[in-house]
Design a protein around this ligand. Structure first.
Ligand code: BES
Ligand code: ZN
Ligand code: ZN
Length: 481
């Protein structure tokens, strides 16, 4: 279904080939004629052209020149971006498979380009009738560089698949992807990956007194779900698990504080955090990384009916603390707080939550990065930042000063769910969540990058699957420490 990457000893003579180079000088007179080389040299030097194609009638030869950057991570990102353009060219020419010859590239660099290709080739056309579908032709990428380990290629295929699954979870509208359906999808992913899964339904959630999740769910016709996705291999390097928590608001109308104007657009993507957690635990399990991880995914839609929670309600949360609701649109923190408190029972090494939590985070840095905050987690935060640079899912750390807490004071409950005055909105949301944590903690607000309205290079359009590659890389770094 997704583009497959395979290592191959040699390509047959009718296979189209890409020569991926850092500069024109690497190209070889065995492949290109003198005239072609002169042309490429002239165009790349004078016109800064980086992309060339030669029709050999029964196949194509392509050249992509991606100039090396001083910043290594930025170069990896440029490779993924160039791969996206290249995939467009392949599909335009109805090409089904392509061999990649890299000459002066490291394994990491070749993999970045190939990963960019697979991610770029994703389409979500389930809801288009056949006649309307412009299906991409590209199916297989052959890598000829024998220095690449099979394991690295397997991992590339797994992580790309997991990212694309996360995109699909986000792209599915709520009239299909409601909370029970999301739980079913997680169950299927766990089975596929050979991991454990437990789905708590409404009665169990009630018995556990998850007041935050139940309050948000009051206005819904669908029951809430709470999915527990666990990968605990025998050879795990850690006793205490890494717990990932994902916001699974399958649709956010705002509730009685209803979203107006265009603010409700794309709110099917309010489960981008859930998709990232499901995707990353799936990938870690499928790749059999020797690390103990748990994904927790509280899910519901945030709607309104006669019974919906209202501003002024005081909610008793899973951990017994009370919250005065001042805005029903600040629902993400209500369901996440219960999941974060629940995570305590695992005595976790670290908990990372991912959530499309605030417009404030999206406004601050846009789709270009993830807003991060943390407590008791400096070393982990530093590693996660490196994973962010490595994968192109960059983190920007916001302050997490205790002064922000005063903005959450309530006269009649332990706290409000709304930062007074709206100042530092992304931070007060994070501070609210922190109150439910007693362990090393990192909060990632992905409201900006989780969904893009226009095609954004290899990230595509719609759900981007942000967070999957980040968490997988972070897990790998823990293993190889
Ligand atoms: N799901 C939204 C945040 C969001 C906004 C995600 C834009 C993606 C794009 C969240 O539940 C929300 O509505 N937040 C409010 C919080 C406010 C009421 C404190 C917001 O950001 O306006
Ligand atoms: Zn909301
Ligand atoms: Zn929301």
């Amino acid at each position: 279904m997704y583009t497959n990457v395979q290592k191959i000893k040699s390509l047959d003579k009718t296979s189209s080939v890409l020569y991926l180079v850092k500069s024109f000088d690497e190209l070889n007179a065995n492949v290109f004629s003198y005239e072609e080389l002169t042309y490429i040299e002239g165009q790349s030097k004078n016109n800064k052209k980086t992309s060339f194609s030669f029709n050999r009638y029964n196949r194509w030869d392509f050249v992509e020149i991606v100039k090396e950057k001083d910043n290594h991570f930025y170069f990896l990102e440029q490779l993924r971006v160039a791969a996206d353009k290249f995939v467009g060219l392949l599909n335009e020419n109805k090409i089904e498979s392509i061999g990649i010859h890299t000459l002066s590239f490291s394994a990491e660099e070749s993999l970045a380009f190939t990963e960019g290709m697979v991610l770029a080739n994703y389409q979500f056309n389930k809801y288009k009738t056949e006649k309307e579908t412009k299906r991409n032709t590209l199916q297989t990428v052959f890598i000829t560089d024998q220095s690449l380990d099979q394991e690295e290629i397997d991992q590339l295929n797994i992580v790309a698949e997991a990212t694309l699954i996360a995109r699909t979870l986000v792209n599915e509208p709520v009239n299909y992807m409601n909370a029970p359906q999301l739980a079913k999808e997680i169950e299927m992913l766990a089975k596929d990956a050979g991991a454990k899964v437990e789905i708590l339904g409404k009665s169990k959630i009630e018995a556990l007194k998850m007041g935050g999740l139940l309050a948000v769910n009051k206005g819904s016709i669908d029951p809430p779900t709470f999915s527990i996705f666990e990968w605990k291999p025998e050879n795990a390097i850690n006793k205490k698990p890494f717990v990932f928590v994902g916001k699974g608001v399958v649709y956010d109308t705002g509730g009685l504080n209803i979203k107006t104007g265009t603010y409700m657009n794309n709110m099917k993507a309010d489960m981008g955090g859930a998709a990232a957690v499901a995707g990353s635990v799936f990938a870690i399990a499928k790749a059999k990384l020797p690390i103990y991880v748990i994904g927790l995914i509280p899910a519901t839609d945030n709607r309104l009916n006669n019974n919906a929670y209202v501003s002024g309600d005081i909610i008793k949360m899973f951990n017994g603390m009370t919250v005065e609701v001042l805005n029903t649109d600040a629902e993400g923190r209500m369901i996440l707080a219960d999941a974060l408190a629940y995570a305590q029972k695992y005595d976790p090494a670290l908990v990372i939550d991912l959530a499309t939590l605030t417009g404030a985070a999206a406004n601050a840095i846009g789709k270009y990065g993830i807003v991060a905050m943390g407590s008791k987690s400096k070393t982990y935060m530093n590693t996660l930042k490196i994973s962010g640079e490595q994968t192109g899912e960059r983190l920007v750390e916001f302050p997490f000063w205790e002064e922000y807490e005063e903005l959450l004071k309530s006269d009649i409950a332990d706290m409000t769910n709304l930062g007074a005055g709206g100042e530092g909105g992304a931070i007060t949301a994070g501070k609210f969540l922190e109150k439910f944590t007693k362990y090393p903690y990192i909060h990632l607000d992905i409201a900006g990058p989780a969904l893009v309205e226009k095609r954004f290079n290899y990230r595509g359009v719609g759900g981007t699957g942000v967070g999957v590659r980040l968490l997988f890389d972070f897990a790998k770094k823990q293993v190889s420490k």
